[in-house]
Ligand binder design. Structure first.
Ligand code: F0G
Length: 363
């Protein structure tokens, strides 16, 4: 399916990033027979945050997975899920989504010339994400219900009809998403002391913990991080220890009341000496603005990790000098509404240099 991708262009020493399956082929469940469906996902930046480091006394790095091809970490798992579906001869895939999974499934299915069906909660997904699913030609169904209900429908569809489920209950999704932990260790040269991330359906925390454990077992990392997962307060079933029937939060990507990988998220927190906690929408919004003012435009759900970092700091649960990674799971451009709503209206001026200079307070 894919043409062979060279390591480096002729005449240069710069490497070409080949996507997570080729970069970590030995760790992915693929064979020579697997058609690799890739948009060159992964290889995302680990950005040192001066502002958050100064504030917390730690060395804080942001793993910006919003810079994946479809703007979220979902591409890491989708390259695996779609490649394996293609290998198995599937012609159609299906997923439930709060938006990012559907955008990714639509793009990778299109790349593989497969059909994607996506079921999303009506009126509860960001406009940019809906646009992505539509533009890539997915069959988009809005359900009068929430994500959890949409996932139940998709599971039944995959049981009863010839269609492959590509939600993170598909183990190949988790296999691909482990690559993010490999990258963090490769980029830092070690495992972080503390790893902070948002939790929704809980696939990603499962994948990160599995990836860190694998590198540790293989001697590529000397230590394991403490895993700190954050749900939104209105959608925090794991924190409350009970399914939330009507989850609410402005961070629509993690508006989930019954996470599929609940037990594995709890295990990751417990086995790493960490926790799963909740942050309020107010804390999430404040963290979102803080990160944006420092140059990184992440989506609201992603900011739950930074809100969590700030809470850990305020509670005195971080030690000075610790290396901390906060995962920013998706790009802010998917949902510009929130960014605009908090900002001042741009000034309008006549086309005149002097007026422009005055408006910019240059004179
Ligand atoms: N951050 C973003 C931006 C997400 O889109 C999601 C999940 C998460 C965090 C949580 O990750 O579910 O693995 O715990 N979005 C899914 C979707 C549910 O349908 O796009 P998780």
């Amino acid at each position: 399916m894919s043409a062979t991708i060279p390591d480096a262009p002729a005449g240069t020493t710069s490497r070409i990033w080949r996507g997570v399956i080729e970069e970590y082929r030995g760790r992915m469940p693929v064979t020579e027979a697997t058609p690799v469906v890739t948009l060159r996902e992964g290889g995302t930046p680990l950005i040192h945050s001066e502002v958050l480091s100064e504030l917390t006394g730690c060395e804080v790095h942001l793993k910006f997975d919003g810079s994946n091809p479809t703007g979220s970490f979902k591409d890491r798992g989708m390259t695996m899920a779609i490649s394996k579906a293609k290998e198995a001869g599937a012609e159609a895939v299906i997923c439930a989504s709060t938006g990012n999974t559907s955008a990714s499934a639509a793009a990778y299915a299109a790349k593989a010339s497969m059909t994607a069906g996506v079921i999303v909660p009506k009126g509860k997904i960001a406009m940019g994400k809906l646009a992505q699913a539509l533009v890539h030609g997915a069959k988009v169904i809005q359900v009068e219900g929430n994500f959890d209900q949409a996932l139940t429908i998709c599971r039944e569809l995959a049981d009863q009809y010839p269609v492959e489920l590509v939600n993170s209950v598909n183990p190949y999704r988790i296999d691909g998403q482990r690559s993010a932990a490999f990258e963090v260790v490769d980029q830092l040269g070690r495992a972080p002391d503390v790893h902070v991330m948002p939790v929704g359906n809980a696939g990603n925390i499962t994948a990160y913990w599995s990836g860190y454990q694998e590198y540790h077992r293989d001697g590529l990392a000397d230590s394991l991080p403490v895993m700190r997962g954050y749900q939104a307060a209105g959608s925090a079933p794991i924190v409350q220890g009970a399914v939330v029937d009507k989850p609410q939060t402005i961070a629509t990507a993690i508006r989930i009341g019954n996470p599929a990988s609940w037990d594995r998220a709890v295990a990751a927190a417990r086995d790493s000496g960490g926790s799963i906690r909740a942050v309020t929408d107010r804390q999430i919004l404040s963290a979102f603005r803080r990160v944006a003012r420092a140059g990184v435009f992440a989506e609201m759900a992603s900011a739950a990790s930074v809100a969590g970092l700030l809470e850990l700091h305020e509670a005195g649960e971080l030690e000075p000098g610790q290396t901390v990674v906060c995962v920013l799971t998706g790009h802010g451009l998917k949902d510009p509404e929130w960014a605009i709503s908090g900002a001042a209206e741009p000034m309008t001026i006549p086309a005149d240099v002097r007026v422009a200079a005055e408006a910019l307070e240059l004179i």
